[in-house]
Design a protein around this ligand. Structure first.
Ligand code: XMP
Length: 322
């Protein structure tokens, strides 16, 4: 029967027998999946594992610090951070098509990662394995082993190049998110990491509807930070699956503020409730919380003059807008 303790013991054994004395590398995204996968592999093979955190410039406020400081403190994992923001922003310049954005981000991610891996391999005498925090729903949605068509090209599964030189270690491949959280707690990871809401690999890049640039990212990052702060203060984090915050960068609407007319962008709130992200319903957040969020975003984020609520279930909507 399923307990986190059993899974942990079983996976640690399995990882040891597959990896042996070889070196392993793992990309940390800031999310719970890669955090738990890496902690599990670290438990199994210790410092044979080196983690790489690619800052692609599409992260939310405070995320890099949380990985570099809190996660490293909790696990003792060896971490290399690569700041690749300029490279990603350059590659994304002018691109508006969602799948093209995803492919570019996936490609740049792999390139950056492989360059970091090459450096680590040179220092370590070779790296054979790559850890991925792939979950069961990712496998299903990417058509891996089920015969279903790809719905979106999730870059942690479908975007890997054919000539990838690593062998994959995917210790979470049969698990759902709630099981991964229990496993993370069993591994001693702090609640802020284990209970963190999902965040897509392509990051804020697929939450800007329109082309991605530094200014738009700063706008979305500021709005997103307000949403997260207010939701945590209201104590609703545990009730919802996640709340994407989306910037409609190519849409403007007329508003009025102080004495003047404004012509700014809308921010979309997409709070959803779900068991496994395969289906979802829009979360009935308290109106006074929504009012506080709206008031703060329009008051504090200069480019935004309107906040709208997405009341679509999945299906027919996906959770993310791209
Ligand atoms: P959708 O938008 O397909 O999202 O309903 C389902 C869940 O997956 C997350 N998501 C991603 N996670 N890489 C990831 O690691 C991705 O490319 C990606 N795209 C979507 C999304 O946040 C939601 O939890």
């Amino acid at each position: 029967d399923w307990t986190p303790g059993h899974i942990l013991t079983e996976q640690v054994e399995a990882i040891r027998s597959v990896v042996g004395t070889e070196k392993v590398i793992c990309g940390l995204s800031g999310g719970v999946d890669s955090a738990v996968a890496a902690a599990l592999v670290h438990r199994a093979v210790g410092d044979q594992l080196t983690c790489v955190f690619v800052d692609h410039g599409l992260l939310r406020q405070g995320e890099r610090e949380q990985v570099e400081r809190d996660y490293v403190a909790a696990t003792g994992i060896r971490l290399v951070t690569v700041d690749a923001s300029a490279q990603f922003l350059g590659a994304l310049a002018g691109v508006t098509d969602p799948e093209t954005k995803r492919k570019i981000i996936g490609r740049e991610f792999i390139r950056t990662f492989e360059a970091a891996a090459a450096d680590i391999a040179a220092a370590e005498g070779g790296v054979r394995f790559l850890v991925q925090g792939t979950l069961y729903p990712d496998v299903v949605e990417s058509g891996g082993g089920t015969g279903t068509a790809t719905i979106k090209s999730h870059h942690n599964v479908g975007g890997l190049p054919e000539d990838l030189t690593f062998e994959l270690v995917e210790p979470l491949r049969t698990l759902f998110k709630d099981e991964v959280r229990l496993l993370g707690a069993e591994l001693g990871l702090p609640p802020e990491i284990v209970q963190r809401h999902p965040f897509p690999g392509p990051g804020l890049g697929i939450r800007i509807i329109g082309a991605v640039d530094a200014e738009r990212l700063a706008t979305l990052r500021a709005a997103d930070a307000i949403v997260r702060e207010e939701m945590t203060a209201a104590g609703v984090d545990a009730e919802i699956w996640q709340c994407p915050v989306v910037l409609l960068a190519d849409v403007r609407s007329v508003g009025v503020q102080g004495d003047g007319r404004t012509y700014g962008h809308p921010i979309v709130l997409r709070p959803v409730s779900s068991e496994d992200a395969m289906t979802a319903d829009w979360s009935r957040l308290p109106y006074d919380l929504l009012a506080r969020i709206s008031g703060r975003i329009t008051g504090e984020v200069a480019e935004v003059n309107r906040v709208v609520l997405d009341v679509t279930s999945k299906p027919p909507g996906t959770i993310e807008w791209e």
